[in-house]
Design a protein around this ligand. Structure first.
Ligand SMILES: *Cc1c(COP(=O)(O)O)cnc(C)c1O
Length: 384
């Protein structure tokens, strides 16, 4: 029997620079060997994020999920409290709230960006509201000026779930540097990766000391190693949030290439955009003037779930992987149990039914991108 090799275009392939192994090998040759968190490569990653993106305080973490959990501890979110979040997000955003015994209060999105609608946030605030967590969907900034005004008026923390947003900006400021706290992800599916990893950015100076303690399993170990105290002890709650030095070595090489990785992705994004923007019945992403995105993902919107399914199956036949995205959290089993929706769900469910994400990864060829566009245009000519 003859093997049929399918020329499938995958949805994602993790970013590879090609020399990550050099850093990993260098680490393994070090004497004495030290692989746990807090080592040189952890330091290098932190310094890169501070220097290149202008952050004051950064802690490398095991994941973005864990950085969000740390953020909720730092905002003093406790039993009976509330935190405002979009429903259109990954479960980690809401889990961080639920793990504190608090309630995620879901607010509708703007249909144009899939980001939380900042005009609806204020009505959802009450005396129990401790924080607002925003997601910069696809690395497109939320409307930060509006958000900041609300947080100032009510004295409520802002946490950025910047999982997808490394290298993207609000006006001339890098995302992750805006809120009191921000969380990045270096998961396989993100622009920059080490498999599993993350970072917590602490912009609010009042939270820095406590963040370092929570990061180190609730101990003042960091002060001890800095020679500031004679012995270390358990001083607060915390957990095991340090990034392994093996992951940090891999990650550092990727971070050093952040700008070229994002540029490559932007070329693919722009190709999709220019080829699909004038196709009747297909909507391309909207980028507000205040946002400079990082080409984390590319999506199109169809007019109905039926049309989306039709295009998905058509692409599948052509060996092209495409996916929809989040099932709104407020309609999912845990969301129904732990959360509540404030106001009307005008757009969250409706828009989530329309979205179709196309392949976008750093090593993707422009040729493949054109091939995908050709097929979508072919489909549109008979289906729309
Ligand atoms: C990827 C992602 C996360 C989770 O990141 P991990 O590093 O895998 O924990 C959280 N929030 C959003 C919006 C994400 O896209």
């Amino acid at each position: 029997m003859k093997m049929i090799i399918k020329a499938m275009i995958p949805f994602n392939i993790p970013t590879r620079i090609g020399v990550e192994e050099d850093a990993v090998a260098q680490l393994l040759n070090n004497e004495p060997l030290r692989l746990c968190g807090g080592g040189n490569y952890n330091q290098k990653c932190q310094n890169f994020l501070k220097r290149e993106l202008g952050f004051q305080n950064v802690l490398m973490t095991t994941s973005c999920t864990h950085a969000l959990e740390m953020a909720m501890i730092l905002c003093n979110v406790g039993f009976g409290d509330e935190v405002i979040v979009p429903s259109y997000t990954f479960p980690s955003t809401a889990n961080a709230v639920v793990l504190r015994g608090a309630t995620p209060v879901f607010v509708d999105i703007e249909p144009e960006t899939f980001n939380i609608n900042c005009d609806l946030i204020e009505k959802a605030i009450n005396e129990r509201t401790k924080a607002i967590m925003v997601v910069h969907y696809g690395g497109v900034s939320c409307d930060f000026l509006k958000l900041k005004a609300i947080s100032d008026r009510h004295n409520i923390f802002i946490v950025e779930d910047a999982a997808q947003a490394i290298g993207a900006k609000y006006k001339d400021q890098y995302l992750g540097g805006l809120g009191d706290l921000a969380a990045f992800s270096f998961h396989d599916t993100k622009n920059i990766t080490c498999g599993e990893g993350g970072a917590l950015v602490v912009n609010n100076k009042k939270l820095v000391d406590r963040a370092e303690i929570i990061h180190e399993k609730g101990t003042n170990r960091k002060q001890f190693f800095a020679g500031k105290i004679e012995k270390y002890s358990w001083v607060d709650m915390g957990s095991s949030y340090l990034l392994s030095e093996l992951n940090a070595a891999f990650l550092y090489i990727q971070l050093e290439n952040l700008h070229s990785v994002n540029e490559k992705r932007l070329k693919i994004w722009n190709t999709y955009y220019s080829r699909l923007k004038d196709i009747k019945g297909i909507k391309v992403p909207f980028i507000p003037t205040y946002a400079t995105h990082n080409a984390h993902l590319f999506y199109i919107k169809l007019d109905s779930i039926k049309l989306r399914s039709s295009l998905m199956s058509f692409l599948e036949e052509k060996e092209i992987q495409s996916y929809f995205h989040y099932v709104p959290l407020h309609t999912s089993p845990a969301g129904l149990k732990y959360g509540k929706f404030h106001g009307e769900d005008n757009y969250t469910t409706q828009e989530s039914d329309k979205i179709l994400r196309l392949p976008l990864y750093t090593a993707q060829s422009i040729e493949d991108c054109h091939k995908i566009c050709d097929e979508i245009i072919k489909w549109s000519q008979h289906a729309l």
